[in-house]
Design a protein around this ligand. Structure first.
Ligand code: IPM
Ligand code: MG
Length: 373
């Protein structure tokens, strides 16, 4: 009997619906070719859910995600909801999904496609292939925060002032489990793991280092080194191709993955996987945001969400051939000169297409890949 996968689809806001429509088309075509079945159930979250249900994450969306085999998510947020109370902002949906599904490991591969090396804003990025492993359910994103009135006298004579705080805290267990994922990935890759932190200032970072150093004895073939985050942001620009696997905290991972993404030519190319305990549903999403300025124009690049489907097939379902086919098809499509406006670089034979044109090309190359096999 054919394998059957049930996917919770959350399109979200801005360009989310367009790129997820592309990803779902590719998913269905791939399933047809490789002989597995997929059922997709759509759920609201983010700003559109605030508008319709007065909450960014309706209970039935969370239940649907928990009951699925995997979640495919577009993007949430937009200026329309900027004034909302923080707990009711669209982003709260994303953070709750991550926390409630226990998705502590965020894998963000930043890979340079040969065809796009001329689109990179930096030199020396031609062979860049970095796996960023970002801790996703701890740190300052989920630490205690508040604001309060503090007695004091300001220079203008004001007697009180408001103070706000966010706290970064990590338990040993949280650090160990993400480092384990990172060491194992590095061992399967080029055996070089860089822990990025701010150990010259932060107590939490020093604990990350202590634990990484202890664990490194169990992974003797992996070379472990450490880099301060400010230095790392510089080194990513000057020597992007020399990094292999990077592991870091929630906030540093957020920042560095956007930087690494842009070095590959466009943040519109980067997929991601957020994983929890084995056997539980992971969440797969492009790392770019909802890009409300181009929503509905057809300019959105669907490749990050299409590549997120490939990550889902590989990491969640072990459908490695189907995942390879999608990645090969994307490479082939770029090689044929198809470009959305964000990656419209290259020498001859460039065909500027919209989101649908790019998706059609990827799908037709999927069949070609199949015929070649
Ligand atoms: C990301 C995004 C989110 C994050 C936002 C939308 C809350 O920037 O997935 O990188 O900060 O994690
Ligand atoms: Mg981000």
């Amino acid at each position: 009997m054919a394998e059957h996968y049930r996917i919770a689809v959350i399109k979200g806001d801005g360009i989310g619906p367009e790129i997820i429509d592309s990803a779902v088309r590719v998913l269905h075509k791939t399933a047809g070719i490789y002989g597995f079945e997929v059922a997709t159930d759509e759920y609201p979250a983010g700003g559109m859910a605030i508008d319709e249900y007065s909450t960014p994450l309706p209970g039935f969306t969370l239940e649907g995600a928990k009951g699925s085999d995997a979640v495919l998510l577009g993007a949430v947020g937009g200026p329309k909801w900027d004034g909302c109370d923080p707990s009711l902002r669209p982003e709260a949906a994303l953070l709750s999904l991550r926390k409630e599904l226990g998705l502590y490991a965020n894998l963000r591969p930043a890979v340079m496609f040969d065809e796009l090396s001329c689109a990179s804003p930096v030199k020396n990025a031609a062979s860049m292939d970095i796996m960023i492993v970002r801790e996703l359910t701890g740190g300052i994103y989920f630490g205690e925060n508040d604001s309060y009135m503090c007695p004091g006298i300001l220079s203008d004579g004001t007697p009180m002032e408001e103070v706000a705080y966010d706290t970064e805290s990590y338990s040993r267990g949280e650090i160990k489990r993400i480092l384990k994922i990172a060491f194992e990935l590095a061992a399967q890759r080029r055996k070089h793991l860089t822990l990025v932190d701010k150990a010259n200032v932060l107590r939490t970072s020093r604990m990350w280092r202590e634990i990484a150093s202890e664990m490194s004895h169990g992974y003797r073939d992996v070379q472990l080194d450490y880099l301060y985050v400010d230095n790392c942001s510089m080194q990513l620009i000057s020597r992007p191709s020399s990094f292999d696997t990077i592991v870091t905290s929630n906030m540093f991972g957020d920042i560095l993955s956007d930087e690494a993404g842009q070095i590959t030519g466009s943040v519109g190319m980067l997929p991601s996987a957020s994983l929890g305990r084995p056997g539980t549903p992971g969440m797969y999403e492009p790392i770019h945001g909802s890009a409300p300025d181009i929503a509905g124009t057809g300019k959105a690049n669907p490749l990050a969400s299409i590549l997120s489907v490939a990550m889902m097939l590989r990491l969640q379902f072990g459908e490695n051939m189907a995942a390879d086919a999608i990645e090969n098809s994307v490479r082939k499509t770029l090689g044929q000169g198809y470009r959305t406006p964000d990656i419209c670089y290259g020498s001859d034979n460039i065909k500027t297409v919209n989101n649908i044109g790019m998706t059609d090309a990827v799908i037709s190359n999927l069949y070609k890949t199949e015929r070649l096999n």
